[in-house]
Design a protein around this ligand. Structure first.
Ligand SMILES: CC(C)(COP(=O)(O)OP(=O)(O)OC[C@H]1O[C@@H](n2cnc3c(N)ncnc32)[C@H](O)[C@@H]1OP(=O)(O)O)[C@@H](O)C(=O)NCCC(=O)NCCS
Length: 199
């Protein structure tokens, strides 16, 4: 399995996905700052958020990429490359079984435009076509119906529910597990190309 991927930008119809650089901290911090209310119910790292969290994230992301542990992308509009729209990440969870996982968020003032669906579809494509994965998983906290719609739109199938999987603040959240197999990706890819989600 080819687990190392190149650091060139990837494109969709409207978006560019590229690895983080040290100087992205300010743009990341700004995007998280205006999105705290929407991010905090679902993402554990948002509790007690400050700029240091973004600094550590970018530092860790650069290291993880170099060590082939995880691939985080800053998502930018092609026509406004300085604007950080959100993150999408893909990482391997089992080299032996060629399984990976995807995760994402989009800044609050840019939601409802299909960006998460578009960026996540591109990340899944990287998983299957560049990392050589057999299966890509996605975990969604129960109750995050917006995210469930993204899972369906990208082409994931629902697998089951993991109880008390993540603690966010003082709440334990059940997570539903979704997945796509490589054999399912090719059909999804043709549909996404026809719909113009990916190029
Ligand atoms: C969930 C999130 C990623 C959605 O991003 P987005 O760019 O708006 O997603 P999309 O535009 O691709 O839309 C996905 C679906 O949600 C719907 N949607 C958008 N805004 C909505 C809203 N305010 N309420 C309900 N549904 C909404 C869209 O219409 C679309 O549904 P559709 O299938 O009917 O078209 C974003 O709100 C977010 O980052 N939330 C907080 C973090 C998070 O939950 N991350 C995911 C963890 S698994």
């Amino acid at each position: 399995m080819a687990s190392h991927i190149n650091s060139h930008p990837r494109y969709t119809k409207r978006l560019m996905l590229r690895p983080f650089r040290r100087r992205d901290v300010a743009a990341l911090h700004e995007a998280i700052g205006i999105s705290l209310e929407d991010l905090s119910p679902w993402l554990p790292w948002v509790e007690d958020y400050d700029r240091g969290v973004s600094q550590r994230f970018v530092r860790e992301s650069v290291g993880a990429w170099a060590d082939r542990r995880a691939y985080d992308f800053t998502v930018r509009p092609i026509d406004e490359l300085d604007r950080h729209l959100g993150n999408v990440s893909i990482w391997s969870t089992s080299h032996q079984n060629a399984i990976g996982e995807v995760g994402y968020w989009i800044r609050s003032d840019e939601t409802g435009k299909g960006y998460a669906t578009e960026a996540t579809t591109r990340a899944v494509q990287i998983g299957f076509e560049e990392m050589g994965l057999h299966k890509v998983q996605l975990r969604i906290a129960l109750g995050n119906t917006r995210s469930e719609r993204i899972a369906r739109a990208v082409g994931f199938a629902h697998e089951g529910v993991l109880r008390d999987e993540v603690k966010v603040g003082n709440r334990w959240l059940d997570h539903s597990v979704w997945s796509m197999l490589e054999s399912e990706w090719w059909e999804a890819r043709d549909r996404h190309r026809a719909e113009g989600t990916i190029v």
